[in-house]
Design a binder for this molecule. Structure first.
Ligand code: NAP
Length: 266
């Protein structure tokens, strides 16, 4: 299927691993120019080296998106490399502080809200002038099942992701008539370094192996994931790439769940 984005330019944050990396790969295969960005310069270069840029053009720029200054600088750096972007995929994120409410201090809250909520907001503000210029644009934010089905052991993350949904919905009203469409994708329990770390911790806590920790997590914590397995990053990237495409020309202000049914209501 031709997504109609040959020659478009995309920035993918969180691009050195998991969902971001797979998204970058798909956009490259569609002939886009892709800039991947992530926290760690060395990891980013290594991950960019594994991307196949055969159909498109690839660049990599490291940035720590926990400050407004870094988001502004990234916009300057990306513009110097590729000019204006048409597509922004905001995949950078952290799980943040975990535990019950009384166990999480202000620092735990600040960290998750800074990266997972202020991060997308600052990035959008920095890149908006570019995204509005061409009369055709796409923004896709990675939210989460947690945004609408919060779990009480990761409230900062849940609150941040709920904020992303509200922010995206409001923003989707502002520039759609100019051609800039804004949507969210909400995965659940995808096999990436983010959930690898969670499962490692769970296994250590239970004195079990990682596979057993995954099985018990699915049984006990994610009973509505009807496929009974973790998702694969490429299964999320496929939906993101669609929302970035010309085919999604009438999709705006939506939240696409890629969770095998984890959210208990339709
Ligand atoms: P991932 O593999 O850990 O990717 C997230 C990336 O964001 C990492 O490379 C991480 O860098 C980077 N990052 C963290 N803090 C950053 C910062 N301050 N500035 C720039 N980059 C930063 O996780 P993923 O599973 O692909 O997650 C992608 C998105 O999907 C996230 O927004 C996540 O919340 C969301 N999501 C994932 C799942 C899931 O089950 N995996 C479910 C729901 C939602 P480092 O590795 O160097 O820290």
């Amino acid at each position: 299927m031709d997504l109609g984005i040959t020659g478009k330019t995309a920035l993918v944050t969180g691009g050195d691993s998991g969902i971001g990396w797979e998204t970058a790969q798909l956009l490259l295969r569609e002939g886009a120019t892709v800039v991947v960005s992530d926290l760690d310069q060395d990891n980013l270069q290594e991950a960019a080296g594994r991307l196949d840029a055969a159909e498109g053009t690839l660049h990599a720029v490291a940035a720590d998106l926990s400050s407004d200054a870094a988001a502004v600088q990234l916009a300057v750096d990306v513009h110097a490399l590729v000019g204006d972007i048409d597509i922004l995929v905001q995949s950078a994120g952290i799980t943040g502080a975990q535990g019950r409410f009384h166990e999480i201090d202000d620092n735990g809250w600040t960290q998750a809200l800074t990266v997972d909520l202020l991060g997308p907001i600052r990035l959008t503000r920095a890149f908006l002038p570019q995204l509005r210029k061409g009369g055709w644009g796409r923004i896709v934010y990675l939210a989460s099942e947690d945004a609408v089905q919060p779990y009480d052991d990761e409230l900062p993350y849940c609150a941040a992701k709920a904020g992303v949904l509200a922010f995206a919905k409001g923003l989707s009203r502002s520039y759609a008539a100019e051609g800039l469409l804004v949507n969210c994708v909400s995965p659940a329990f995808i096999a990436t370094p983010m959930t690898d770390k969670m499962m490692q911790k769970r296994a250590e806590g239970r004195g079990s192996g990682v596979e057993e920790a995954i099985e018990s997590f699915l049984d006990e914590e994610r009973p509505y994931m009807e496929l009974g397995r973790r998702g694969e990053p490429h299964e999320v990237a496929a939906v993101i790439a669609f929302l970035c495409s010309d085919l999604a020309s009438f999709v705006n202000g939506s939240n696409y769940r890629v969770d095998s049914g984890s959210v208990a209501t339709i």
